[in-house]
Design a protein around this ligand. Sequence first.
Ligand code: OOG
Ligand code: MG
Length: 259
Amino acid sequence: MDPYLVEALAAQVDRAALSGETLTMLSAEHGELDLHSAYSIQRASIARRLGRGEKLCGMKMGLTSLAKMQQMGVHDPIYGHLTDAMILEPGGALSLSGLVHPRVEPEIAFTLKADLKGTPSPDEAMAAVGSVHCAIEVIDSRYTDFKFTLLDVIADNTSACRYIMGEGYAPDDLELGNLAMKMDVGGREQRSGTSAAILEHPALSLARLVAMLSRCDEGLKAGQTILAGAATAAVHIAAGDRVEVEVAGLGSVSFSVES
Ligand code: OOG
Ligand code: MG
């Protein structure tokens, strides 16, 4: 794809995330959109955020669970970038103003204590993990009526909007591959699953992310946060909701939604 078009589409995606304006599917208008150009648009949109002073603080995996892949009709995991503007403190309030159609997902997050690059095994990837956290991701696809292809969602930074992390736990004391996970959304909707739904094991998700990044000669850095991917399908949120995620062995974390 023409580099000018990549920049122009990145500007569109960035504006939608900033303002809550909806986006028409890029793939519908640009037949030449492919995996490479979709990630180039994502990276160019992140460069715009960094240009405004946001700091890159990690990465996220998406569509790692079978439930999510079925909900979205896609078959491959995808990754996105996290910046400090996406952090919401535990117990904090999220304002819906400027968001399009936000939903929440129960997740597991890692904080890295060492850099990761190349193609590590899941055990090698876990050796770089300093702490494990229960987490909530707020996703907000900017596409009108939620209609998008895999390439559109990649260009839109995999719908990243906010994330909330619980306390950190040492990875060694946990059976990370099979932790019960529960999410309550305003007492209206509950979801339950297990960490096994995250690419069979969250460590596999982390290792897969590193391998995907290594194809672009990139890696992860000590201090970064990684969201391993949702364990269940996402749930819509509304003003007044309190959202809580609890993961066996990792405690719980919550936030509330304001209009
Ligand atoms: C894409 C983001 C998916 C996850 O954890 O699976 C994601 C979307 O559903 O809008 O973050
Ligand atoms: Mg997610």
